[in-house]
Design a protein around this ligand. Structure first.
Ligand code: BES
Ligand code: ZN
Ligand code: ZN
Length: 487
């Protein structure tokens, strides 16, 4: 029987850049909203349709050369991402309609860019086109004929270069979405590790090492083993090493890889528990980012570490009140087994810093529900021991369209994570996102460190910009861009 799961990573649309129209390919054109000079009547009609020019509006033209008009509002680059995403969705449904009506499916379409569109506009449009039509479905049905190619019609001299970079960034986001969307009955820690190894194969200077539970026990990864101990699917540690020749800076990226979070014995309520299949979204962002960094051949040494475990309920689950010994020896008093992310990250941070002596460390994790309350679901929280690093993360995010907000590591609260029975206290109460970050800080020492809490933006329940409901791939693009900023 055919496995109904889609291939991971899935295929992105092919992109072509060209300065001429090819006859027969359905064509879309981008239209800015009417300005004052256009007067009350607005924009001139095209094929009997009066364009609105509103961002996100896609109008169908029944006759003539152009089939779709996609509004770009005030024409700012940001609007191009929304327009690209709305357009690709509209074109895909038009294709479906064509097929339903018994017509031959077109597999390519072209988008004509305005003369004055710059590199940034092209990049934004490309993000929208590549990611806006993202879908992940598990079905017994045969795959429907879909879009294969989009051609950008532009004379911009840097278009091809800009598009190539964006394609790699979009591929990272889409791959991170695929990993996080994969259901947890498939996505065991071993599956995640095997998939990371498989997709990294053949990329120059990139190697992936997978450690099993036996190795983790020998090395003393008490946090990973405690969390993973309740599951029939044993934990793994995924280590991705990208070693370009001549690079001097070395960055360590660590991602939470909880393949499902039941909460453990401190079990979560049934409502919403299914969403915890994306609790490895931080790890997914890191696997996808390291792959893209290597594919782009960025001249920076990067190590990715993903402690992968399933937080489950059984006779071998860890318990509230347990004292766990992490890699390196520090002990944690467990207060709540649902605070499992910090348990696995603590081991990986100590191990990665000791082994690799990186110049800076960045971790990404769907760590706390509190973060979702603080910043909502479209902005990630950045905690950092280093102002310059925090600034780099935020700026990298701006360049790729991911929003970050700096959060404080409040010194007043530092003592709440100090233990009495053990060295540190895992879940002492207080402002959840901050306390979790302070807990992690106990394991990083002096190296510049940034902690990205993406519990909010890692998933979406609405369609917006280039995001569709489900996993968003948030942080993957920021991480690639962050690493690029060191080159
Ligand atoms: N995976 C959750 C955090 C989460 C919540 C992510 C909602 C995405 C959406 C994490 O493991 C967790 O359960 N954290 C607890 C910690 C608490 C027990 C100290 C939380 O935030 O409630
Ligand atoms: Zn949890
Ligand atoms: Zn969790």
């Amino acid at each position: 029987m055919r496995n109904p799961l889609p291939p991971v990573p899935g295929k992105l649309l092919e992109l072509e850049v060209s300065d001429d129209l090819r006859r027969g390919t359905p064509l879309a054109t981008l239209i800015a909203a009417p300005s004052e000079e256009d007067g009350d009547a607005g924009l001139a009609e095209i094929g009997g349709v009066r364009p609105t020019g509103k961002t996100g509006d896609v109008q169908t033209v029944p006759t003539g050369g152009v089939r779709w008009l996609a509004g770009v509002g005030d024409g700012e680059p940001k609007q191009y991402r929304k327009a690209g995403a709305a357009l690709v969705r509209a074109v895909s449904s038009a294709l479906e309609e064509d097929v339903k009506a018994g017509q031959k499916a077109f597999r390519a379409f072209a988008v004509e860019l305005p003369e004055d569109a710059g590199a940034e506009h092209i990049e934004e449009l490309t993000f929208g086109l590549l990611l806006g039509g993202y879908r992940f479905t598990v079905t017994a049905e045969d795959p429907k004929p879909g879009l294969r190619t989009v051609r950008l019609i532009t004379r911009h001299e840097h278009a091809a270069v800009a598009v190539e970079r964006v394609r790699e960034l979009a591929a990272a986001a889409a791959f991170a979405r695929d990993l996080a969307n994969t259901p947890s009955n498939i996505k065991t820690p071993a599956w995640l590790a095997d998939t990371a190894a498989r997709v990294s194969g053949g990329i120059p200077n990139l190697t992936v090492t997978v450690r099993d539970e036996k190795w983790l026990a020998e090395q003393g990864f008490g946090g990973v083993l405690a969390v993973g101990g309740g599951s029939a699917a044993p934990p793994r540690l995924i280590e991705l090493e990208y070693r370009p020749r001549g690079a001097t800076t070395h960055l360590l990226l660590v991602g939470k890889g909880i393949t499902f979070d039941t909460g453990g014995l401190s079990i979560k309520p049934a409502d919403g528990m299914h969403l915890m299949r994306t609790d490895m979204a931080g790890g997914a962002a890191i696997i996808a980012a390291v792959r893209a960094i290597a594919a782009l051949r960025l001249p920076v040494k990067v190590t990715g570490l993903v402690p992968a475990a399933e937080n489950h309920v059984s006779g071998s689950s860890y318990r509230p009140g347990d004292i766990v010994r992490h890699y390196g020896g520090k002990t944690t008093e467990v207060g709540n087994t649902d605070a499992e992310g910090r348990m696995v990250l603590a081991d990986a941070l100590v191990y990665g810093i000791k082994k690799h002596k990186p110049d800076a460390v960045i971790d990404a994790a769907t760590l706390t529900g509190a973060m979702k309350v603080s910043l909502g679901v479209r902005t990630g929280g950045v905690f950092a021991t280093d102002d310059a690093l925090a600034e780099r993360v935020t700026k990298a995010g701006e360049r790729v369209g991911e929003a970050w907000w700096r959060m404080p590591l409040l010194e007043d609260l530092a003592e709440t994570v100090q233990g009495s029975l053990g060295d540190v206290r895992q879940a002492p109460g207080g402002p959840g996102g901050i306390v979790a970050a302070l807990f992690l800080r106990e394991f990083v020492g002096d190296v510049p460190w940034a902690h990205l809490d993406i519990a909010g933006p890692a998933r979406a329940d609405k369609t917006y910009a280039d995001v569709v409901p489900g996993a968003t791939g948030f942080a993957a693009r920021t991480l690639v861009e962050l690493v690029a900023s060191y080159s």
